[in-house]
Design a protein around this ligand. Structure first.
Ligand SMILES: NC(=O)c1ccc[n+]([C@@H]2O[C@H](COP(=O)([O-])OP(=O)(O)OC[C@H]3O[C@@H](n4cnc5c(N)ncnc54)[C@H](O)[C@@H]3O)[C@@H](O)[C@H]2O)c1
Length: 412
């Protein structure tokens, strides 16, 4: 995209949905002095969303991060509404309603009817097809994805998702606006999970296989934390909610039935152990505390699963744990580059450093692969492919990775 691509003026923003994400998204703009109108379907949901935002700001005031005056100024820029007609002057709309295509399509039809010509229509969807959402408007060139991360007022990463028909000036505007609200923006194409979550699925799948083969969740977490991750995969899952991955796997079972994964995570969810929010997940939690306590029940669950599969557990070295999880990111990252979903390997690295707690000093997964030498990464993958309990097909190196390794080159 040429540097002199024109930009559209963003003076007012509308957010649809005042739930976990909608509230956090709105706060980003209020903090930057941009007025926000926030819409809900019911007064009760609107009141709840407004109360959460107030509580967030009040806690910042208490901690001395915000003055009372700043708090008042920010809240004065926020207008709650139940009526789409009130949104007609917005330059940018960001939808953050339930993750269901039918609900999103209905919202975008409404936005198409109310928005002025030239307004930008964005979806915060995590998994749905942005092109399909765009197709239910008469202005697909004005539609794109703005994938914020939770908590949206804190997390730095913003994946800007380019639809097939998204206009260049729309992208340029949103990338610049992202900077104004102090985000690190990375451009992604449309695919299931975009850059970050598409890679994460492979990482989490390996973590599941490791449990079946002989690890405990705490062993895997500890290995990844020693490597430098802010949190290991099981602690992250307990924090984000194990039900999110469960919902994705249920969809996968229909769309990609051949995809192999460990069933232990499903069994955990069948017990209602969704993580911190239910007081139990991969770990046990004491009321009001976040410390992850190893769970005897989960250990039994994992052992039962091994028995069901006829697996004799083995001792797995920390090096193997780290390599399987990180190399899974690298291989999927190479596919993402090849598919043109990311335009350069450093974009993938930025996603992982700013959104997924990848150790900064290692430079991101794709850079780290280069430091190890791609040839060594490929050799390890060939070894992993021979493990009958793993997914041999996945470990076939992505063609780009195989090519660069053979040429002695790196991604960046
Ligand atoms: N929670 C996360 O970690 C996360 C991260 C990134 C993206 N997302 C995406 O953000 C979106 C919202 O997720 P969330 O976690 O905030 O969900 P949520 O359930 O907390 O909030 C959704 C809100 O939308 C409202 N809503 C539903 N239908 C509506 C409609 N037709 N019009 C207006 N409001 C409506 C609901 O009342 C609710 O308050 C989803 O698409 C989700 O995939 C979530």
């Amino acid at each position: 995209m040429p540097a002199d691509t024109p930009r559209r003026e963003i003076r007012a923003v509308a957010v649809i949905g005042a739930g976990t994400m909608g509230g956090g998204i709105a706060m980003n703009f209020l903090n930057a002095g941009i007025p926000v109108k926030i819409l809900e379907t019911r007064q009760e949901a609107l009141d709840r969303g407004m109360a959460t935002m107030r509580k967030n700001y009040e806690s910042q005031v208490k901690k001395g991060k915000l003055t009372q005056e700043q708090y008042t100024q920010r809240m004065a820029l926020l207008s709650p509404t139940l009526d789409y007609a009130d949104l007609k002057d917005a330059d940018l709309f960001i939808e953050a309603v339930f993750e269901e295509m039918g609900v999103k399509e209905a919202v975008f039809r409404q936005l198409d009817a109310v928005a002025k010509p030239g307004a930008i229509l964005a979806s915060n969807t995590s998994t749905l097809d942005v092109d399909r959402i765009a197709a239910c408007t008469r202005r697909p060139q004005d539609v794109l994805g703005m994938h914020f991360f939770s908590p949206a007022n804190v997390m730095k990463l913003l994946e800007v998702v380019r639809g097939k028909q998204t206009a260049k000036d729309v992208l340029a505007t949103v990338m610049a606006l992202g900077k104004r609200i102090k985000k690190t923006c990375v451009l992604s194409g449309v695919c299931d999970g975009f850059i970050g979550n598409r890679m994460l699925e492979q990482y989490v799948r390996q973590a599941g296989f490791l449990l079946d083969e002989g690890c405990t969740p705490q062993q895997v977490d500890q290995a990844m934390e020693s490597f430098g991750f802010a949190m290991g995969p099981f602690r992250v899952s307990d924090l984000a909610g194990n039900d999110i991955g469960w919902a994705i796997r249920k969809r996968r079972a229909v769309e990609r039935a051949e995809m192999k994964y460990s069933r232990t995570a499903d069994k955990l969810c069948e017990l209602g152990r969704f993580g911190q929010k239910t007081g139990a997940g991969w770990y046990d939690y004491q009321a009001g505390k976040r410390d992850a306590i190893p769970s005897a029940l989960v250990e039994t669950l994992i052992e039962d699963q091994r028995k069901e599969l006829g697996i004799t557990p083995r001792k797995i070295a920390e090096e193997e744990i780290v390599q399987r999880l990180v190399f899974a990111l690298i291989n999927e990252g190479a596919h993402i580059l090849e598919d043109g979903i990311a335009s350069k390997s450093s974009d993938i690295d930025m996603v992982y450093i700013t959104g997924y707690g990848f150790p900064l000093h290692r430079g991101g997964p794709m850079h780290y692969a280069g430091e190890l030498g791609l040839f060594n990464v490929v050799l390890a993958m060939e070894r992993f492919a021979k493990n009958p309990l793993d997914d041999a097909a996945f470990w076939k190196p992505a063609p780009l990775l195989a090519k660069l390794a053979a040429q002695g080159k790196v991604f960046d």
